[in-house]
Design a protein around this ligand. Structure first.
Ligand code: PMP
Length: 456
């Protein structure tokens, strides 16, 4: 049905270019207007209620409509609505937040740099590492190693770390000297008969061979999400990080943990670095830091990196990097309140407990004719749909069945994410056991409907 002229739908199609959207398809089907939210639910402008199975974009930890965050923002807006942190200025919320982040993250991380978004944070990581290596007299040590299927953002630099064709094709990316190694997804990337441990060994060896081939004196850092999210929710084998870490240390390659999705409880531990035993030199945080009520990201760095940067900026006059909103007091105040809520409500423990229920409920779908693999940890999961369970053959073209499931789920009052044919779940951390069961029941009905429609 064509939208009424001048309706919000028609004006959206007329004026907006949507991110990560097929623009011509959007002109045909128009938008869904999300109007309000409460708890794990959002409502469209027709009054339909949906379980937000992806917490917005992997990010709304405390749920929608949390008044404490609104009040924290409002109090800060009234007192000091904006100020910058350039040239020795500071403000209370950003200092408090920096201190809190340093105290709650792994010991090695000692200083915080704030940005607006995860992409800017990863751009900042690249620039800091370059600046640091210039400062300590090894200007040739500049290359980054990332993984295929990684998602680290979409700016020119962070989009180069990303390893996904959809974010790179026709954007002339990667633009920077980034090498991409195999991603630790056992189901897709293990050799026939290869055990998980042997798979992890092989990937660590591949990383080491890549460093040696490039020349360790030219390789600055390895970046990875502890558990890969937007690339298709891929938990690594248990010993993968331990092995990768040993390789990086051997060649003096910095370890960057991108916890933009994983951070603040998603896996049932405050940070995924705890879960996998990672001791990073740099950590990147965003999304759940404010439950995405306001944009904010943080780059945490070790004392060594800080000292290199500080010595150099002292010599040349300034550290010439920063955003208008770096250390903005309003998102910082919201982050502090959000972290209070996460702690007071025990949401990390909830993610562990309810996450187990979500994982086991979703695994009951392993026998479903469309399902190849169910995977995940805590409150993040992926369900990979395949054309043939025995051979793991993908549907042709990839993405069509995912799009069908995505659309059908809406009819069942469920919003999920389709990454190609992997269906992702990442609900708010406040979700209860009953709500998880309801979510999985809606998803099961969705899959049954789609299976029936294609004669499976
Ligand atoms: N890193 C990871 C792991 C992410 O998932 C994302 C966003 N999905 C980003 C970086 C980029 O964050 P932003 O969209 O805020 O730029």
């Amino acid at each position: 049905m064509r939208p009424q002229p001048n309706s919000l739908y028609a004006r959206d199609v007329e004026y907006v270019l949507h991110p990560n959207t097929n623009a011509r398809r959007h002109e045909e089907i128009g938008p869904i207007v999300i109007d309000r939210g409460e708890g794990i639910y959002v409502y469209d402008d027709q009054g339909n209620r949906y379980i937000e199975g992806l917490g917005g974009l992997w990010s709304v930890a405390v749920g929608f409509g949390e008044k404490r965050l609104v009040e924290a923002a409002s109090r800060q807006m009234a007192k000091l609505p904006y100020y910058h942190t350039f040239s020795h200025k500071t403000n209370e919320p950003s200092v408090e937040l920096a201190e809190r982040l340093v105290k709650m993250t792994p010991e090695r991380l000692r200083r915080v740099f704030f940005t607006n978004s995860g992409s800017e944070a990863n751009d900042t990581v690249i620039k800091m590492v370059w600046y640091y290596n210039n400062a300590i007299g090894r200007p040739e040590k500049k290359k980054f190693i990332s993984r295929l299927n990684a998602y680290h953002g979409i700016t020119i630099a962070s989009g180069s770390l990303t390893g996904l064709p959809a974010n790179q094709r026709d954007f002339d990316l990667p633009f920077l000297p980034v090498k991409h190694v195999t991603c630790p997804h056992y189901y897709r990337n293990a050799l026939p008969g290869e055990g998980e441990e042997a798979f992890a060994d092989r990937l660590a060896a591949e990383l080491e061979a890549t460093i040696l081939e490039e020349g360790p004196e030219t390789v600055a850092a390895f970046i990875g999400e502890p558990l890969m999210g937007a690339g298709g929710v891929m938990p690594p084998p248990a010993t993968y990080w331990e092995k990768v870490q040993a390789v990086c240390r051997r060649h003096d390659v910095l370890i960057v943990a991108d916890e933009v999705i994983n951070g603040f409880g998603r896996l049932g531990t405050m940070f995924a670095c705890e879960y996998y035993g990672i001791d990073p030199d740099i950590m990147v945080l965003s999304k759940q830091i404010t439950s995405s009520y306001l944009p904010l990201a943080a780059v945490l760095i070790s004392q060594e990196i800080y000292d290199g940067i500080a010595d150099n900026s002292g010599r040349i006059g300034t550290f010439g990097h920063g955003f208008t909103a770096s250390g903005h007091p309003v998102p910082a105040a919201v982050a502090l309140e959000n972290l209070d809520i996460i702690e007071e409500k025990g949401l990390v423990a909830n993610a562990a407990r309810v996450g187990e229920v979500m994982q086991s409920e979703l695994r009951t779908l392993s026998d479903h004719p469309l399902v190849g693999e169910v995977r995940g940890v805590g409150l993040i999961a992926g369900v990979e749909l395949v054309a043939d369970k025995a051979t793991k053959a993908k549907f042709d073209p990839v993405g069509r069945i995912g799009a069908q499931v995505f659309a059908k789920a809406h009819e069942h009052g469920l919003i999920i994410r389709a990454i190609g044919d992997v269906i992702a779940f990442c609900p708010p951390l406040i979700i209860t056991e009953d709500q998880v069961r309801d979510m999985v029941a809606r998803f099961t009905r969705t899959l049954d409907d789609v299976a029936e429609s294609i004669g499976k």
